[in-house]
Design a protein around this ligand. Sequence first.
Ligand code: NAI
Ligand code: BAL
Length: 499
Amino acid sequence: MTLLTQDEYKSIAANLGLPTGAFIDGKFCPAASGKTFETVNPATGGKLADIAACGAEDVDVAVEKAREAFDDGRWSRLHPSERKDVLIRLAKLMTRNAHELAVMESLDSGKTIYDCETVDVPETIHCLKWHAEAIDKIYDQVSPASDDHIAMVVREPIGVAGLLLPWNFPLLMLAWKIGPALAAGCSVVVKPAAETTLTALRVAELAMEAGLPRGVLNIVPGGGAEVGEPIGRHMDIDMVSFTGSTVTGKKFLSYSAESNAKEVVLEMGGKNPAIVMDDAENLDRVAAHVVNGAFWNMGENCSASSRLIVHKDVKAELLERIAHHAKQWNVGDPLDPETRMGALVSRAHFDKVCSYLEQADNVVLGGKAHDGAFVEATVVEVPGNDAVLAREEIFGPVLSVIEVTGFDEAIRIANDTDYGLCASIFTANVKHAIRGARAIRAGTVTVNSFGEGDITTPFGGYKQSGFGGRDNSVHAHDQYTQLKTIWIDLAEDADEAVD
Ligand SMILES: NC(=O)C1=CN([C@@H]2O[C@H](COP(=O)(O)OP(=O)(O)OC[C@H]3O[C@@H](n4cnc5c(N)ncnc54)[C@H](O)[C@@H]3O)[C@@H](O)[C@H]2O)C=CC1
Ligand code: BAL
């Protein structure tokens, strides 16, 4: 991806046509109530657009249209390779409109244009392509039944899926959900986070241009109580896949139990440890990974390494090197391609992060907040793992440092959390690396690096970080399909028939 100049990005921003309606049955429409809500650029506080503020009535229409599309087979019963072709056309259209999508994403969320151009947009496109390419290569099975029977085990699309998105990776989380759901043949009703609705609406428009039949992809903007809960409680939605906070995620279990027992997949919060042992090689490289893990996307990342669990013998040197690397994470105008840390997503979230900064007694680095929802890369030493800053998901650029004296203590502290999304361990000792990776109760453990794996590896959490399934990889496909057994009797006579 070739980056443009700040002026060129500003010019794209000034000329953007922003989508503002709900997207239902292949077209934009106002909310049934006629209400709208403002979406703002968190870096400036300026209004970007008034978006349709939908409610339960709009969810009902979107589900009805999604169900119609699913039942008549206009998408669900296409040959998988035909679905693949449409999704690949969508990926190509997104590539053609990549700068526009990146600018829209940056304006709406405060993310840096650098990340939008180099990560969010290309990974979104890659994700859609990957699931499209996979779909005609995942085979059904014939079970090893006796000579008198043949049994087929087939995967069918689950039906209408409700997809609930967070604001920290608006495009990428859309792709993580619609990629496998649409490839599998489902119809979907998407609720973007109210803070970041624009790019999902634009993708829906591009999907129509790519040839996706109407009714298959519906986007219903609005608030959690107004749109999210009606999706969770809807009697004609077959499953929901949610990414967001643990508090809200858990509500979907009640919604499901109190409605139609729909399947629920939850990808929730994290308080992810980065363990650095005294034998870790190349502390400079380790520091670069720790800084990237803690501050990338302003720490607004469920997999952010927000707890540094470091051996006392290397702590001083590591903190020095962290300070050196953190200086490169400059705060600035998100549309400047040199900026590495943009604005937090909203004034409300900024206030929440600032309230944590106020509780920090021993700030080693940063600690300052600036108007326009900007927070510096911050490192805080905490007295132990019981400190609020070590336990709660801050979702901002704040790294809490906990000192330990040995491997077993490091693992115990790493696991002393309600969460279990990701973890990393830095050590040259192969036994510690493997024992640590096995002992840490988290869905992804990286060794000598920070990361989430990639599209080929499943992503999701243990404990209160996840429930019911995984995003990414072929396993994501499981969420959006169900298994059916077709049992065929081949017996010739009555005796064999009842065996
Ligand atoms: N793990 C993750 O990826 C994310 C974690 N968070 C954490 O959550 C905190 C709060 O951020 P929020 O935006 O409020 O996250 P949230 O978890 O409340 O929002 C996620 C999605 O759920 C919807 N929602 C909210 N309340 C709902 C309800 N009662 N019923 C149904 N749907 C509902 C939202 O509109 C949004 O689309 C953040 O400070 C951060 O700590 C936020 C976003 C992503
Ligand atoms: N890091 C991808 C998932 C999330 O932050 O919500």
